[in-house]
Design a protein around this ligand. Structure first.
Ligand code: 0O2
Length: 221
């Protein structure tokens, strides 16, 4: 089978996945450090939560087939750049861009691709900032340069995307027209909410005598 082909040997497959798993750990650590620093310096945390996922060997095979990519380890490594995925949910749109820049400008990070679906939403209404980066993973006998897809989005964008994703799969990708239209409209409403919250937070922070940016949901009594 194709899975047998991918797993040229079990050891190869395990080692292949180890690189991606470790890259996720590294990205999560980078974000945890930034989050801790923000908290200490500004009593403000721009990160609401972080999640991550590793594509399974089965979904890798399905993905490779869909893209017409050969199902061997080297082709998959070169073609499928979202085997390791990290999602960073931020408070405000400005945090989304700030976090992306902070992570992507670190000296061991190489930015391979940046897609701004906030400035240019998808036809579905989808908004998020996607960065594909490559980071080094130091193993005992080699340094692997591992691609990771990081999705940066706001809480409102996450709320929308998770419902849209459920609907998409519930209807097996054939979503009725009226739902597609309403979802697109709801995405616009979420974007308006983001803009309003950002404006309100900026106004409140501008009145803080210490110049602190403290308007996060954690701080609101
Ligand atoms: P899953 O189930 O989340 O893993 P393309 O497929 O060509 O349009 P490309 O280049 O493959 O786009 O990647 P892109 O556009 O950067 O987006 C990939 C991921 O972004 C998706 O992963 C989703 O997680 C998310 N995404 C993109 N568009 C939408 C959308 O309209 N709605 C929602 N809810 N999520 C979206 P997967 O692997 O496709 O899906």
């Amino acid at each position: 089978s194709m899975i047998a082909q991918l797993a040229e040997s079990r050891t190869t497959l395990v080692r292949f996945m180890l690189g991606y798993e470790s890259a996720i750990d590294e990205v999560r650590t980078k974000l945890a450090i930034l989050s801790r620093e923000f908290e200490q310096a500004h009593q403000y945390n721009p990160i609401e939560h972080i999640s991550s996922r590793l594509k399974t060997p089965q979904s890798l095979i399905a993905n490779a087939r869909k893209r017409g990519c050969r199902p061997d380890v080297e082709s998959i490594r070169a073609e499928i750049l979202d085997i390791a995925g990290v999602r960073v949910v931020c408070t405000y749109v400005s945090d989304v861009y700030r976090l992306q820049e902070l992570v992507c400008s670190q000296s061991d990070v190489r930015l391979l691709d940046l897609k701004d679906y906030i400035a240019n939403p998808k036809p579905s209404g989808y908004r998020s900032l996607h960065a594909i980066i490559s980071i080094p993973v130091y193993l005992s006998t080699e340094t692997m340069h591992v691609p990771v897809e990081i999705q940066f989005r706001t809480i409102a964008q996450e709320f929308w995307a998770s419902l849209e994703h459920k609907i998409f799969y519930k209807y097996d990708k054939a979503v009725p027209d009226h739902l597609t239209t309403e979802l697109r409209r709801a995405a616009g409403t979420a974007a308006e909410l983001d803009a309003t919250m950002e404006r309100l937070a900026a106004e409140i922070d501008s009145q803080d005598p210490n110049g602190h940016h403290t308007v996060t949901p954690h701080d609101v009594q």
